[in-house]
Design a protein around this ligand. Structure first.
Ligand code: AMP
Ligand code: MG
Length: 316
């Protein structure tokens, strides 16, 4: 996944071999999900689906089918802001970055017309694509899914607690090695703004933002997250952190809110809480859902809480 992973299993000292076994199993799960879902691996299932001609059913593993269904549900729930079929747009902007030249509107329109859920049909055993140029990218969701599956391995091992951290996105359960709750640093897009630490009893924390990964074209920074509605890199907000029971949910919604900005809070599932850093300077502010406050050790300066008389989140 192009990043560093940290796995922790908390067991009594006498049960060390059990922890080692659980950690090995969780690591194997992370590698298995990566091997299935990475578009960077030519022999992954998703690469195979992307390179198969239209109208031919491609058998897929239960994991990939499950994930594609979750992605389809997310596309509907986010009004299309989260859409894994946008790989043609991702590729367009990636190659624009490599060349240092902005794409033309015609290029964007062409890539947009190939980025569409109507072009894929999920079947009982796999998927069939329709039309030319279909290509999916699971980069905004697969990490979360892998974290959930790996955490299950730690939980089923009987460990008293554990955490799976993949490049700063993570999920945890039970008790940490020290203290009562897991402490999680939130990375700030602005070095001068300290967002502090989260106190998480259990559950997932995922952060998306254009501060860490971006391309510079003609002197302007462009996010790696695409707004499928315009076909252009999202520029709504610099950073979003979502806490949810499952990392798949947190991963989806951190990416989706990066596209939707604060308005996305109105469609956030009830089980998810979000913190959004607004920017850029000088009116830098941070907003969060009321439930997010529970996790914040020291709420940052200039924090606005979206009060409960705002429309409540939708059921998940
Ligand atoms: P994340 O870091 O979880 O926000 O995921 C970002 C990655 O998700 C990008 O590098 C793309 O692979 C993919 N992606 C970008 N824009 C979108 C989008 N609007 N919907 C779904 N996936 C996206
Ligand atoms: Mg994501």
């Amino acid at each position: 996944m192009g990043t560093t992973c940290t796995l922790v299993a908390v067991v009594p000292a006498a049960q060390r071999p059990r922890a080692t076994e659980a950690l090995d199993r969780a690591e194997a799960t992370l590698r298995r999900v990566e091997a299935l879902m990475s578009v960077w691996l030519a022999d992954s299932e998703i690469s195979h689906l992307n390179s198969t001609l239209a109208h031919r059913e491609v058998p897929l593993s239960p994991d990939t089918r499950h994930l594609l269904r979750a992605a389809q549900h997310a596309a509907a729930a986010t009004g299309g802001a989260f859409d894994v079929t946008i790989q043609p747009l991702i590729q367009l902007w990636r190659s624009a970055g490599e060349r240092g030249l902005l794409p033309t509107q015609a290029d964007i329109d062409r890539a947009r017309s190939a980025s569409n859920w109507d072009m894929i049909e999920l079947t009982d055993v796999g998927a069939v694509t329709h039309g030319e140029g279909f290509s999916a990218d699971l980069g905004g969701i697969a990490k979360g899914y892998a974290i959930d599956r790996a955490l299950e391995d730690l939980q089923s091992s009987g460990a008293a607690g554990g955490i799976v951290d993949v490049g700063g996105d993570l999920s945890c359960f039970g008790r940490p090695p020290i203290g009562e709750e897991w402490l999680v640093d939130i990375e700030s897009p602005f070095p001068e703004t300290d967002l502090g630490e989260l106190r998480i009893p259990s559950g997932a924390v995922c952060t998306s933002g254009n501060y860490a990964r971006f391309t510079t074209i003609e002197g302007t920074r462009y996010s790696h997250i695409i707004d499928p509605r315009s076909g252009r890199p999202a520029d709504a907000v610099p950073s979003v952190t979502v806490v949810a029971p499952e990392a798949t949910t947190a991963d989806i919604w951190a990416t989706a809110l990066s596209v939707l900005g604060p308005d996305g809070i109105f469609v956030l599932p009830r089980e998810a809480e979000a913190l959004i850093v607004l920017g850029p300077q000088p009116d830098r502010r941070t907003i969060c859902t009321p439930g997010f406050l529970e996790f914040l050790q020291d709420p940052p300066d200039a924090l606005t809480v979206w009060e409960s008389d705002q429309p409540s989140h939708q059921p998940g």
